[in-house]
Design a protein. Structure first.
Length: 545
């Protein structure tokens, strides 16, 4: 692999260290770690040459369906979040949910998803990626199907949490299955490009599907359509994902339940506090208290992982030594900043179209259609470029696009200027950047960890993205609220009530949205700078070994 052999060596040596005999994989072996037989696909010596050239693991047809089934997990995850955003007012009216608490319809999902990713990633690596994927996908289908039948706010939010929990299982295991199945080469590049496009396209099609259904049918059908799609993914996974060969008893690792519980509780408190902060106010005593406690618990988790790795023979949930690699740490930070920028862009553009311009759900949906078309084309192009263009340039392009799309909504362009003049350009840039950056980072992560830790690697890259999304949304919303309150001449806590019926064509509300987009622009610029520092001189992520 062309991308920074030093980084790959550092990360792989750390992750491949066995306490028995304290054997460390040397540089040459670490560069060929992905050429060894995987959990999911037994290979023989006659296949070694094909493996080194990135041969398909199955027939062409099955390989395509296999990748699409796993991509379905990423697609459905963000589809479930963004579709709920579009139909939020309808759900709120049906369940009598006050506007101040409607964000929990979205946040309950994101909260459980982000908190359980790392734990499920390790469980998948220990007990089987296929098992965890199918169990999570089945549970996602069931909870999505049942959710619309819930008669009140609390029950509905609980089942939204169940959806997020199930999605954490499927997302962490899906990326692990891909990484362990495909050998480095063009097919792996295309597989990760398609998978990487799943999450951004899920956000885009969440707007489209919810918009179409919300216009002509009950909002409940949004969930039922997603449940049908999830059932198809589950069925496809059952038939297409091969069982893993049994592991010898002496080679079976264990789950660090103490570490898993610690980091899960820490993330739960952190994301809960960040979600509630803009509702109850950041000066509410328990909000900063929860944030401080969660940070302390993260510190305890890191110390425990270091102790597990260096002072015992047990396998930690996450080897903290991998973060000694500047490039690996940089990839995590870039993903965090990217999610903060791109996810917020989708949220605040929806607010701009629906709340400020007063457009209907269907009109808002139409404005997102170009992103779906461009996203598919970008995914295919990225798969081609991964083995031909240096990773640094791909990441520069991705962060630049995401920064520019937020900037276009931040600068004082007359808001009623035709859509084609700047909204259209922003939409194309947003999905072009996302569908370039996300596959590049996920492939880099998969190439940086050995097959035994593929699911955990996938969980980690998604977990930092969710944390970035939550922190970014909290900061941007606080900025939006503060600017709007200042323009209105009211207290921050009064903004929600004072603008409840007056957001359309409200200059103060527009100023708040623009301020939030400036914050999103800043996240992407920060990611651009991290690329310049951490990935300077990086080679081609998808180059054959």
């Amino acid at each position: 692999m062309d991308i920074d052999s030093g980084t790959l060596s550092t990360v792989t040596q750390v992750l491949s260290k066995e306490r028995k005999g304290d054997i460390v994989v040397d540089l040459e072996k670490s560069q060929h770690v992905a050429d060894t037989p995987t959990q999911l696909q037994p290979s023989n010596s006659g296949d070694d040459q094909d493996a080194r050239h990135g041969a398909l693991p199955f027939s062409v047809a099955r390989s395509v369906l296999f990748v699409l089934a796993l991509t379905g997990a990423a697609f459905l995850n963000t589809l479930g979040v963004q579709a709920a955003v579009i139909i939020l007012p309808s759900i709120g009216r049906a369940l009598s949910v006050p506007s101040s608490r409607q964000q929990w319809i979205v946040s309950a999902y994101s909260l459980t998803f982000g908190c359980f990713l790392l734990l499920f990633g390790r469980i998948a690596d220990v007990y089987g990626k296929r098992l965890v994927f199918l169990a999570g996908s089945t549970w996602f289908t069931a909870s999505t199907l049942i959710c619309p039948f819930m008669p009140n706010e609390i029950a509905f939010d609980v089942f939204r949490g169940f959806q997020g929990l199930a999605s954490a299982a499927t997302m962490s295991s899906a990326l692990g299955i891909l990484g362990a199945t495909f050998k480095p080469g063009k097919y792996k590049n295309y597989a990760f490009a398609v998978y990487g496009a799943g999450a951004p396209l899920g956000s885009v099609f969440g707007n489209i599907i919810a918009g179409l259904i919300g216009q002509w049918a009950s909002w409940k059908w949004t969930f039922w359509v997603i449940a049908i799609l999830a059932a198809l993914v589950t069925t496809a996974g059952w038939f297409l994902i091969p069982p893993a060969p049994p592991k010898p008893v002496e080679n079976r690792a264990s789950v660090d339940w103490i570490g898993g519980a610690t980091i899960t509780i820490a993330l739960l408190m952190l994301l809960f506090a960040l979600t509630e902060g803009n509702i109850v106010g950041w000066s509410t005593p328990w909000v900063p208290a929860l944030i401080i406690i969660s940070i302390l618990m993260v510190g305890i988790f890191v110390a425990w992982q270091w102790y597990q790795e260096n002072m015992t023979s047990r396998h930690p949930l996450m080897k903290v030594s991998v973060f000694k690699s500047l490039r690996f740490s940089g990839a995590m930070l870039i993903m965090m900043l990217f999610f903060a920028s791109f996810s917020n862009y989708l949220v605040f553009t929806t607010f701009f179209f629906q709340d400020y311009q007063g457009l209907s759900v269907i009109d808002t949906m139409l404005r997102f259609i170009p992103t779906g078309v461009v996203g598919i084309l970008t995914a295919m192009t990225t798969g081609f470029l991964l083995s031909r263009v240096r990773g640094m340039y791909l990441l520069f392009w991705g962060t630049l696009c995401v920064a520019t799309c937020s900037l276009l909504f931040a600068v004082p362009i007359p808001p009623h200027t035709t859509y084609w003049a700047w909204n259209f350009i922003a939409m194309i840039l947003a999905v072009s950047g996302a569908d370039t950056l996300y596959p590049t980072l996920t492939l880099f992560t998969a190439q940086s960890v050995p097959p035994a830790d593929q699911a955990l690697g996938g969980a980690l890259i998604n977990a930092v993205g969710q944390i970035g999304r939550a922190i970014g949304l909290a900061i941007s919303t606080a900025v939006q609220t503060a600017v709007t309150a200042k323009r209105e001449g009211v207290d921050v806590k009064e903004v929600g009530n004072s603008l409840h019926l007056s957001m359309k064509n409200n200059d103060a509300y527009l100023a708040g949205l623009r301020a939030a987009n400036y914050a999103d622009f800043a996240y992407a610029v920060a990611a651009f700078c991290v690329v310049g520092v951490a990935f300077r001189g990086a080679g081609r992520v998808g180059a054959k070994k």
